[in-house]
Design a binder for this molecule. Structure first.
Ligand code: SF4
Length: 300
């Protein structure tokens, strides 16, 4: 057992269930990292920023990476080498249609539990886990209920993770008369877990957790990734947005490859603005502002 008075476990991937960490008596902290200064060609700024961030947050006893993209997988190698924190790399299967993929994810959840119990934490009982899951779900529902409809021009944004400073996109959209009605970035509503089935939750909460996360969240890395498009199409049909912002970092192959499919007229006839983000670009804000302003004017 590792003796520590720190109790925070830092992570950024939506396939890592915070309920599982909290039920072990630890504090899950999902971060939107700040861009780091030491840019490197070919390295995703988000993966690099998260790897740096784990050393700067207070009270952290461990960090969790996930294999949902190669950049993150490689970043975990760097973190293992350079960070004093214990690092856990969670395998999230890219295939999802087979039972064996769900079983692998469930086995990773158990392996994560064994990792967490190093830190003066205990594997939760079913009753404890169910209680924590209900608590987290209630908090998510309360947050969602706070979102009120507005009379601004509704847009969707789809794409990768967002660094802390990327949240300026939402402010710029608002400034020029719009609002983000669908947030399909990796940090938005798209990656919320499915609603827990309360009967199953009492019978077998771990199975319900696996189902709500692995079997529900649609993401770009999955093969096939049709679930992402089905989810997005359904949201577009329900919400009647007027345009789409597509966000990705220049070194993010996963999202880069999807731009053509999002723009394909067979998928949507809505206008799509590519707001690719570079590496620590000092002109990012003014460039983004000009492009989003022009896009909003076109939609008015
Ligand atoms: S932005 Fe892309 S490359 Fe970077 S961590 Fe996310 S999925 Fe991976």
């Amino acid at each position: 057992m590792i003796s520590t008075d720190k109790n925070t476990v830092i992570y950024c991937d939506p396939f890592i269930p915070p309920e599982w960490i909290a039920a072990h008596g630890l504090r899950p902290l999902r971060v939107a990292p700040n861009i780091s200064e030491n840019a490197a060609i070919g390295v995703c700024p988000y993966a690099r920023a998260f790897t740096n961030e784990i050393n700067f947050q207070k009270n952290v006893c461990a960090a969790i990476f996930a294999t949902t993209c190669d950049q993150m997988r490689r970043s975990s190698d760097i973190a293992i080498k350079n960070s004093i924190l214990p690092i856990f790399l969670m395998n999230v299967p890219t295939v999802w249609q087979r039972k064996s993929a769900t079983e692998l994810y469930a086995a990773e959840i158990e392996r994560l539990s064994r990792f967490l119990t190093q830190f003066d934490a205990q594997r939760p009982t079913n009753a404890k886990l169910a209680e924590v899951m209900i608590d987290f779900e209630n908090k998510r529902q309360t947050q969602l209920a706070k979102q009120k409809p507005t009379d601004k021009i509704p847009l969707a944004i789809i794409g990768s993770h967002l660094l802390k400073q990327d949240h300026i996109i939402f402010d710029i959209v608002q400034k020029y008369g719009g609002c983000i009605a669908i947030d399909a970035t990796t940090d938005g509503g798209r990656t919320l877990p499915g609603k827990f089935d309360r009967t199953q939750l009492i019978k077998n909460p771990v199975k319900e957790l696996v189902s709500a996360y692995f079997e529900t969240i649609p993401d770009v890395f999955q093969r096939p990734n049709d679930r992402l498009y089905d989810w997005f199409k359904k949201k577009l049909n329900e919400t009647y947005v007027r345009g789409i912002l597509f966000h990705h970092y220049i070194w993010c192959d996963k999202w880069h490859a999807e731009f053509g499919r999002i723009c394909d007229k067979e998928f949507t006839s809505l206008p799509v603005l590519d707001i690719s983000a570079g590496d620590n670009d000092k002109n990012t804000k003014s460039c983004l502002t000009t492009r989003i302003q022009a896009f909003m004017e076109m939609l008015e």
